[in-house]
Design a protein around this ligand. Sequence first.
Ligand code: M6R
Length: 613
Amino acid sequence: MCGIIGYLGNKDAYPILMKGLHRLEYRGYDSAGIALLQSDKINIYKCQGKVCELEKYCEDKNLSGITGIAHTRWATHGEPNDVNAHPHFSSDGRTALIHNGIIENYQALKTELINRGYVFQSDTDTEVLIHLIEDIKKVGNNELPEAVRLALSQVVGTYAIIVMSVDDPNTLVVARKGSPLIIGFGQNEYYIASDGSALVEYTDKVVYLKNEEMAVLTKGDDIRIKTIKNKNRPHYIEKLEMTLSELEKGGYEHFMLKEIFEQPRSVADSMRGRLNSVKEIVALGGIVEYEEHLLRARRIIIVACGTSYHAGLVAEYMFEDLIRIPVEVEYASEFRYRNPIIYSDDVVIAISQSGETADTLAAIELARQKGATVLGICNVVGSSIARATHAGSYTHAGPEIGVASTKAFTAQVTVLTLMALCMAKRKGKISKTRYATIINELESIPRKIKTILDSNDLMKEIAAYMKQFNNALYLGRNYNYPVALEGALKLKEISYIHAEGYPAAEMKHGPIALIDEDMPVVVIATTNGTYDKVVSNIQEVKTRKGKIISIVTQGDTDVRNLSDYVIEIPETEEMLVPLLATVPLQLLAYHVAVMRGRNVDQPRNLAKSVTVE
Ligand code: M6R
């Protein structure tokens, strides 16, 4: 939520900042703004709307300057308008700041500052911070870095900030707590951003600032890092693992479509070096040191949000089936606030594409405080969750830019399957034959996804039918229940059609009352242990004139005869069906959204990385 970028060097800052804003726009697109240091003045250009609106607004402006900061906003405090857009500036206009996060105690600080004579322009929590810095700077005659540090020590909440000032034109001060921040090193220049996508074409030498750290970046000088509590910290330069081509649409109309079509590759990448079907070896290097904890675990608790939560539900079925350890899957946002029982011999697995989700991070902190071992499954390398866990495995799906998560889900399920297989073998809970069968099947998944992608035209045809409705139900049982949830989430978040995922057998406990000829029902009815039961559920819908769109195993005839539309997927092991059945549902949601004229990659009110509660 919110993307921030800063530049300090010898080049023109505006094009660097503008390109960075486009790259970070997936983090929020309610408003955008840029501040440039020009001679002895800071000029701020900001407006409501997307980054392209800002670009238009800037067209006839003087955009010179070799130092600047820029922000793309996902509104929390204060409606999306020009005034609430960042950057915010001090009363004397000499200092400007951008912020990603939430200042929770902003009201108390604001009242105090108003009493001291400060006049607020906006309704944001952020403006409090810039006036606080200004006040501390003036009253204590402090230098900018020290004023920033002292101000941050009064703040409750989360932040990633960049501050610049006319009084210290060769310096940017940056800090973070909760929200991510990465510093890139060029030739006598610094690039700062919420993530590596905004820096990748300029440098691959980066420092990931840690929680509650700040850095003073001065032209021609070495970076200085210290904690908010004023302890000096060393810095370690790392290599940014990202390529420019991963951040481009590569000929696809939308990132989401590109990412759906990348899945044969991304699933294969998440297995690479971890699975050898010939030698029947499954190994997850990242968690090797913690395998014993997993083997001895009294219980596994999975915490995640949104799509990652659905991957966690698939894992619950799989882990209990294969490893025979009790598993609980929790929305991280509920877990963190409900005083859960956590034992020191529990293993908590946090799943997150971005690795920055605030609720998941808080759930991790809670679990660690209670002494549990915490493992992470993240996509973004170096992300906060990857750092906050004891150990973990990256999914290696590559950057996911579309707000709707697609390839991240299949990669998460793949890694969780590897984990389950690895543990099942070590615990002696799986027969040699079953182990070998699942491994072989897993290896064939990328090829099978490819064949599903070939039915893209059929998905378009079904989408043309679906797009007329305002509601939809998604049904599945067992491993297909999380698939139903995920299919419904995809449809609602990008097409704005109201959709619900349900366990098929729960229909008769309420939702069946909704069925009439205007209710399309998507049923995942692949051949498995509950197939006959699902067929009965379909019949119940049919009797009430509901429209059936089914996902079936290749060659199925029973469900086909009951369906208005049928999508066939290749046969596979029951526990691997989510890796296949989710793909046509992603395509369906995508095409419905396109046909309804939605902004597929940037759906309204959403942001890719949810760094606020
Ligand atoms: O980055 P995370 O996996 O932690 O994100 C969790 C959810 O915010 C995310 O899955 C969200 O639900 C997506 N928009 C779903 O497509």
